[in-house]
Design a protein. Structure first.
Length: 314
């Protein structure tokens, strides 16, 4: 952890000049209409902690993959003890982060602590099912990559498995209506792997992202079982309807549906609420804004070397 106590060197220069700058930064200009409180209320409201959430997710990852990511202070060979310690850490610290998310976004409410406690309990009881699904993801990574020497390698090393682990944890909290925290969790994975999965996306079992850098999966995307994709794939929105002020209208199903057994090769871009039919193969660099039926094959390029386009000719 970074040392914030400053230098112990006797010759260190005075830092008195820093205090006025810190005070100035805490006095945020009012960028909102008069009467609305500026964010984040001059440091008076508690944000969920990125550092705290990373430690919680790391503990949960240790519990989901016993023996792979050790918990300090517990004998390495004691898998049950490792798992129990990881879960206890999450149960103790996750409620505070969830509560902070509710307070920041929605404000205080009656019986909030009871609600947060119930959410945490439901979330923890879902972990065995998440473990089963993540096991299929790790197997898909091993089966789908000829460079993988063992399943253990995919769990310990593959950015796609890390990103999908964070996503599946975040998605459970998203389904329970927890604000902000799920997005912060997937953004932790995004910063580590370059894979951007919105926690609201719906993703089936045996999901494999190979390499992964630059993958974007939007909030309302729906992905079936046994889907494989490569680096640079985008499942995005085509356009946003605007309100009377010209701002994008929130919500709405605006991202693609990818059915079972689809392969999306590197750099494929699929935009809008279109459907990629079961068993289809979308080649690298394809730009697609229309639905395609099952078993469609869109190759990477035509004879002139340009990627296939939304017109869809193979």
């Amino acid at each position: 952890m970074t040392n914030l106590q400053g230098s112990t060197n006797d010759a260190a220069p005075s830092l008195d000049w820093v205090s006025p700058i810190a005070s100035s930064l805490c006095q945020l200009p009012d960028l909102r209409p008069r009467g609305q409180q500026p964010f984040p209320s001059s440091c008076s409201r508690k944000m969920p902690s990125c550092i705290g959430l990373r430690e919680i997710v790391d503990a949960l990852r240790s519990a989901l993959f016993p023996g792979y990511f050790c918990v300090l202070g517990v004998p390495e060979g004691d898998l049950c003890g490792q798992t129990l310690a990881a879960l206890e850490y999450a149960v103790l610290h996750l409620p505070d982060q969830i509560e902070r998310g509710f307070l920041l976004v929605q404000g205080s409410e009656v019986d909030l602590k009871d609600r947060v406690r119930a959410i945490t309990q439901r979330f923890i009881t879902r972990l065995p099912r998440l473990q089963e699904i993540l096991d299929t993801d790790a197997q898909a990574a091993f089966d789908g990559d000829p460079a993988a020497t063992c399943r253990e390698e995919t769990i310990a090393c593959y950015p796609g498995v890390l990103a999908i682990t964070y996503y599946r944890l975040a998605h459970e909290l998203y389904r329970q209506g927890v604000p902000l925290v799920p997005r912060m969790i997937t953004e932790l994975a995004h910063s580590q792997t370059g894979i951007d999965i919105h926690p609201g996306a719906q993703i089936g079992e045996r999901f494999f992202i190979d390499h992964g850098t630059g993958v974007v999966i939007g909030e309302t995307a729906v992905i079936g079982d046994r889907v494989r994709m490569y680096q640079g794939v985008t499942l995005g929105a085509l356009s946003f309807p605007a309100d009377e002020r010209g701002h994008p209208v929130k919500g709405g199903e605006r991202h693609p549906i990818v059915e079972d057994d689809v392969i999306l090769y590197a750099g494929a871009t699929i935009l809008g609420r279109v459907t990629i039919g079961r068993g289809s193969v979308i080649g690298g660099g394809v730009w697609l804004t229309r639905s395609v039926p099952s078993e469609t094959v869109l190759p990477m390029a035509k004879g002139n070397g340009n990627p296939a386009s939304a017109s869809g000719a193979a």
